[in-house]
Design a protein around this ligand. Sequence first.
Ligand code: PB1
Length: 316
Amino acid sequence: MRRLRRAEPLRRMVRETHLRPEHLVQPLFVVPGEGVEQPIASLPGVSHLSVDRALEAARRAQAAGVGALLLFGLPSRKDERGSSAWSDEEPVQRATSAIAGALPDLPVITDVCLCQYTSHGACGVLRDGAVDNDATLELLARVAVSHASAGAALVAPSDMMDGRVGAIRAALDAGDLQDTGILAYATKFASVFYGPFREAADSTPASGDRRGYQLDPANPREALREALLDIDEGADALMVKPALPYLDVLARLRDETLLPLAAYQVSGEYAMLEAGAAAGAFDRRAAVSEALLAIRRAGADLVITYHATEAAGWLR
Ligand code: PB1
């Protein structure tokens, strides 16, 4: 076996998995205001960006060859229904419009959920203290339509409500937005690895947790059933989230569908790599590169990672 491993040109010739800049998706946190670039303590190297600074980050991402952006918003106001989530004046809608207008060749994907917009931090509206799945669907559809109208190439529902892909697809089509795709967070687990994000997005639930609608980490078959339902409802692509702790699910899903698959290297995975490198446990670039390659090897066409722009620069 060593004959084809003995020199890099031979190893390059027979390499089976490749990571290229276009495989990477850069998340951005957009906030109200102007000239804002506020570092996020829980995510070293990641900042809250006003629309003007988000456009600059988008330009850097495109120059590095990154495949797409994924936008998250921190709104100017919150309420019980998360009504700022579908306002055309809020950061995600304004940033989407600005980036799509200035950089038409860089797809903008927008996260569709209510947790950053509700005063209680749940991913949907509450009834008797629990998320009302069916009442939330109409609101998520309004959010998706507002993002698509602003220029999003795909909307990405991360809420995990039953039936939300079908509801969003119907609303987009009814709004003459048939060209907007849906990247469904199909297998999103109730993971501890979202901690830094919740701090960054101010989206920690005021009470309880999200295990009533996010998946049990112990249940790969349940995850595959969820993904197949999203396909039936009209998803154009599927996401596994988190990534590295769920490569088995990613690999099994790859065998179940021909749809494009994305995997989200979430905030806790990012923070672990950064903390390990800072502690001298391993070389930062080598560890980030190996983790991203592993996610590709397990079957991801796209990797959503806070390292996207930097890692793309390493690959050019
Ligand atoms: O990087 C991350 O941790 C992503 C967190 C993720 C964003 N879609 C969700 C995690 C959560 O708080 O449940 C946000 C939910 N809409």
